[in-house]
Ligand binder design. Structure first.
Ligand SMILES: Nc1ncnc2c1ncn2[C@@H]1O[C@H](COP(=O)(O)OP(=O)(O)OP(=O)(O)O)[C@@H](O)[C@H]1O
Length: 289
């Protein structure tokens, strides 16, 4: 089966006052339709920049130099004009961020924010149609009393509720690909677990492909069919989740796995020490694309 997302030899550098910094060194990553894939690595390894390139955002940053292929549904995001890329975002692909409070607009009601999202592909959608569809989406993320929530501002809702609203909004236009950047990390651990369960149910039901970005192998185990481990801008291991857990081949993956029981909610307290072992060759498990 052809991949929905097919990234080949993705490279990224930034021009800074101190000279060029190379951040991605030839990433290959593919996601099939309906597949849930995780990109795991510690802070600064290059997860968020990869997501921003998929969304076509970094290509428009003057200090960034991006090369490679980002195939999406048969087209190459790298070859698109800014306008074509903008037309993908929020419609064919959308993103969920760690912290809902920074991505929901505090000055608009939830209903208005849904309407803005839903009118992107269809400017003529009526207010009543938006409200009805938004209520249905909220119902799908198990939000009771949808009318009250639609009339609320984000600050009137709990963090967990806002996170659900964001998931519902990200899926409102039925995107083919969802990019999820550690959703719920800003919440307490039990609320995060509930949020992830909910997201998994929803994407499975809708057949949405997911790229789940995380530093936490424990969380990824619950969520992803397949894992890519990224270390300093390189994929060091890739394979189906059970295979990576049963037989982690790369020293960095083993170090990440060792850190799992010590993770308490936010952050990775025991970031593996940099070791020469981490320059092992890449490990690829069978059963992948
Ligand atoms: N605009 C920029 N200019 C220069 N360097 C940048 C810029 N944006 C990101 N970087 C660098 O690129 C590297 C990768 O950053 P990225 O945000 O993708 O890491 P990450 O794996 O997502 O980490 P986190 O889990 O903390 O979000 C980092 O070293 C970061 O400092």
């Amino acid at each position: 089966m052809t991949a929905l997302l097919d990234i080949r030899d993705l490279r990224l550098g930034f021009r800074t006052l101190a000279g060029q910094i190379d951040v991605l060194h030839g990433i290959d990553l593919a996601i099939r339709a309906g597949e849930q894939v995780a990109l795991v690595g510690e802070s600064g390894s290059g997860k968020s920049v990869t997501a921003r390139i998929i969304l076509g955002l970094l290509q428009e940053t003057r200090s960034a130099r991006v090369s490679g292929r980002v195939g999406f549904d048969g087209r190459d995001v790298m070859m698109m004009s800014p306008k074509e890329r903008a037309a993908l975002r929020g419609i064919e692909m959308s993103m969920i961020f760690q912290d809902p409070t920074s991505s929901l607009n505090p000055t608009f009601t939830i209903e208005r924010q849904f309407a803005e999202v839903m009118r992107r592909p269809d400017r003529k959608l009526t207010r009543a149609a938006c409200r009805e569809r938004a209520a249905r989406m909220l119902d799908e993320v198990s939000i009771p009393d949808t009318g009250r929530v639609l009339d609320a501002y984000p600050f009137q809702l709990s963090g967990g509720m806002n996170q659900r609203v964001m998931i519902a909004m990200a899926l409102a236009n039925n995107p083919k690909l969802l990019l999820a950047d550690e959703p719920g990390t800003a919440l307490d651990v039990s609320v995060q677990a509930q949020t992830l369960d909910l997201m998994r149910d929803l994407v499975t039901r809708h057949g949405t492909s997911v790229l789940f970005i995380s530093h936490n192998m424990g969380v990824v185990r619950e969520f992803a069919d397949r894992i890519y481990v990224i270390y300093r801008g390189r994929i060091v291991e890739e394979g189906p989740t059970p295979a990576v857990f049963a037989d982690p081949g790369h020293a960095y993956t083993r170090a990440l796995l060792k850190a799992v029981p010590r993770i308490t909610g936010r952050g990775l307290p025991d970031v593996p020490e940099v070791s020469d072992d981490f320059f092992d060759p890449m490990v690829r498990h069978g059963g992948t694309s």
